[in-house]
Design a protein around this ligand. Structure first.
Ligand code: SAM
Length: 198
């Protein structure tokens, strides 16, 4: 698996942008105070997991990831977020950080799964790459990744992002699937949507 091959390089990449993960955890804290169970879906090398544990020291913060090598680094549980191995109504907070685009054609299946494991009023945070980013930004974005991760990674990512709904479409999908959108922000190449399970 490609993610197994690049796990170590991905770890260095995330460390460069560690402030971005810290910032996200600070904003999340404004939306939820004392979650009992927190899930980082597609936790990668665990940089957000670390920040979430720091932000919520009394919570059980769990990461899952499909890649064995990523889980070796993050101490996450190897599993697929399309079939989350937890009971119904378990989590108070679920976060997808740059991971939802990995299954661009299965968003509704994933949201169904998230809805199952989230408690009512539980918070879902999606941060991901904008499939509608301006074309100049897109060139800079992919060229930067190309230098860091190589051609196979960029080709694979671009194929997925091209199939990934844009932020406006994701908001509609969330609303169609029983989530209330609380906040949504779009940046140059990425976006964040905070929502609550109704
Ligand atoms: C771009 S990385 C994001 C990692 C981390 N969340 C972050 O913000 O840095 C995408 C991660 O999603 C994981 N992934 C891809 N498909 C998955 C799936 N179906 N279930 C769980 N994890 C998945 C990959 O192994 C990879 O670690």
């Amino acid at each position: 698996m490609l993610w197994d091959k690049i796990a170590e390089v991905y770890k260095s990449w995330c460390e460069i942008f560690s402030f971005n993960y810290k910032l996200l955890s600070i904003v999340i804290r404004a939306y939820i105070k004392n979650p009992k169970y927190v899930l980082d879906a597609g936790c990668g090398t665990g940089i957000l997991l670390r920040e979430l544990k720091f932000a919520f020291p009394n919570s059980e913060v769990i990461g899952i990831d499909i890649s064995k090598e990523m889980c070796k680094i993050s101490s996450g549980i190897i599993s697929d977020f399309r079939l989350i191995p937890f009971k119904d109504n378990t989590f108070d907070l679920v976060v997808f950080s740059y991971s939802l685009h990995e299954a661009p054609m299965e968003i509704e299946i994933i949201l169904n799964e998230v809805s199952r494991i989230l408690k009512v009023n539980g918070i879902l945070v999606i941060r991901d790459v904008r499939s509608d980013m301006p074309s100049v930004i897109s060139v800079i974005f992919y060229l930067t990744l190309l230098r860091f991760f190589g051609e196979e990674y960029v080709r694979n990512l671009k194929r997925k992002i091209d199939l990934f709904p844009n932020p406006k479409e994701i908001k509609s999908i969330l609303e169609r699937n029983g989530f209330e959108v609380l906040r949504s922000s779009e940046y140059l190449f990425d976006f964040e949507i905070f929502s609550r399970k109704k």
